[in-house]
Ligand binder design. Structure first.
Ligand code: CA
Length: 446
């Protein structure tokens, strides 16, 4: 499944688990979230036409130059024809292949999205405001009631918390209302033959053909995001192959139109990623005064009891149910915002989409669906979010001062956060790793 996520936009919270880490949903959910007016959320334009800008991609990759895109588009029929042997060896019939690819043209508008760089970045609180709103909470509760028996059966079979499943449904597609309108065969065929991600998408295209061959999802219902993620919980075709299940027993794994299949397939996916039955995702916690912020981050795993010994308590004066669980500390907005102890299941959610911001939104929406309250500690809403240009500048200034940030990429991954911490510690600031405008201003001083 793995794929390189190129554009992670959310301020600091996004831990690019590892740039090379694979994942199921390449780029598309981010594009949805950060450019909600330009992609999947958009109603189908007249005739379903999406237009390519005709511009070279921002990545600078030679395969993304306008000339290379045009040349690949011209060669598209040959490229598709050359995929027949691989399809045949997977058991796809000639009839299916021709039905799926006959007269197919590339959707070049996808090239603009493949290289899209979000101009604006969202703060952790902006991200949560967007995804955990009253409408999503109300709709999610209604669906949990409507499909209570299905959720209960999926919980029994897979051990995954129904509120997490509903939250994924809500965040990925706003409960199936924003899943995208692009034919998956066409999108994956385009990406398999045009642009800089061909190897990855060749597999996705073949997996999409498998779905059509088996008749799990009718071809006309196989529509989704520009990157080929489809259905209410946005499975990539290869994810479908691995994890989709027929839960309503009609013989088809229909993760587009069968709610039982959607819920159980998503549960099966999380179970396969290591979901721990009966455990939550994490806790909002309150740090003691003079806390050592260098202890935050994924690399420091301790038991909840050990964290308690350092003076950390659960927000709202609640008890930790299982003090022996291992957890790590996350400060999405630095020392001025809420803190969280994250459990194993938080990492499982991050396998679904490798972003701390995403996983926090899923966990929090799940808690709200369950009847939980908003976070207790306030976000530093007066804090200004750095632009992409400023994040590059921040990285360059850190590098100039001898801190190791790798190649400046405009992303604030773990390495950059460590560098920020070291700089903060060296200059008498609280070393919380948060890329605030204060840190940037301080770096700009000689
Ligand atoms: Ca079914």
């Amino acid at each position: 499944m793995p794929i390189l996520r190129y554009a992670v936009a959310c301020l600091i919270t996004l831990t690019l688990a590892d740039a090379a880490l694979a994942q199921d949903k390449p780029d598309d959910w981010l594009t949805r979230l950060f450019q909600p007016s330009s992609t999947a959320a958009v109603p189908t334009p007249a005739g379903g036409k999406h237009q390519w800008s005709g511009q070279s991609g921002a990545s600078g990759n030679p395969l993304m130059s306008a000339d290379a895109i045009r040349a690949a588009a011209t060669d598209f029929p040959n490229c598709i024809a050359a995929l027949w042997p691989a399809a045949e060896s997977r058991g796809i019939t000639r009839a299916t292949f021709e039905r799926a690819t006959g007269g197919l043209t590339p959707d070049l508008s996808i090239m603009d999205l493949l290289d899209a760089q979000p101009e604006f970045t969202k703060s952790p609180w902006g991200y949560l405001d967007l995804l955990v709103d009253d409408e999503r909470i109300a709709r999610g509760r209604a669906l949990l009631a409507q499909y209570a028996t299905v959720f209960a059966a999926a919980e029994r079979s897979y051990g995954v918390d129904r509120y997490i499943l509903a939250a994924i449904w809500g965040v990925e597609s706003k409960y199936g209302t924003m899943g995208g309108d692009r034919p998956v065969i066409r999108s994956t065929a385009t990406l398999a033959c045009v642009g800089r991600r061909r190897n990855f998408f060749r597999g996705e295209f073949l997996s999409a053909l498998d779905i059509v061959q088996r008749g799990d999802v009718p071809m006309q219902r196989l529509v989704g995001s520009w990157a080929g993620a489809f259905g209410p919980t946005q499975f990539m075709p290869s994810t479908f192959e691995r994890y989709a299940v027929d839960f309503d027993g009609d013989g088809r794994r229909d993760i587009v139109d069968s709610v039982p299949d959607v819920i159980a397939s998503t549960a099966n996916n999380l179970k396969s990623y290591g979901w721990v039955r009966g455990e939550g995702w994490g806790y909002e916690v309150v740090l003691p005064p003079h806390f050592d912020y260098l202890l935050a981050g994924h690399s420091r795993q301790m038991t909840v009891r050990q964290w308690q010994a350092l003076g950390i308590r659960r927000a709202g004066d609640k008890q930790f149910p299982r003090p022996s669980d291992r957890a790590y500390l996350v400060l999405p907005a630095g020392a001025r915002g809420p803190a969280f102890l994250m459990l194993r299941n938080f990492s499982v959610i991050m396998k679904y989409n490798p972003s701390e911001a995403y996983a926090l939104a899923i966990g929090h929406l799940a808690d709200r669906l369950r009847g939980g309250a908003p976070f207790i500690q306030p976000w530093p809403r007066d804090e200004r979010v750095l632009t992409v240009a400023e994040r590059y500048e921040l990285q360059q200034l850190l590098a100039r001062r001898g801190f190791d940030i790798g190649e400046p990429d405009g992303l604030l991954g773990p390495r950059t956060r460590v560098a920020i911490r070291k700089f903060q510690a060296a200059t008498g600031q609280i070393p919380d790793g948060f890329a605030s405008s204060v840190v940037l201003d301080r770096l700009r001083q000689p």
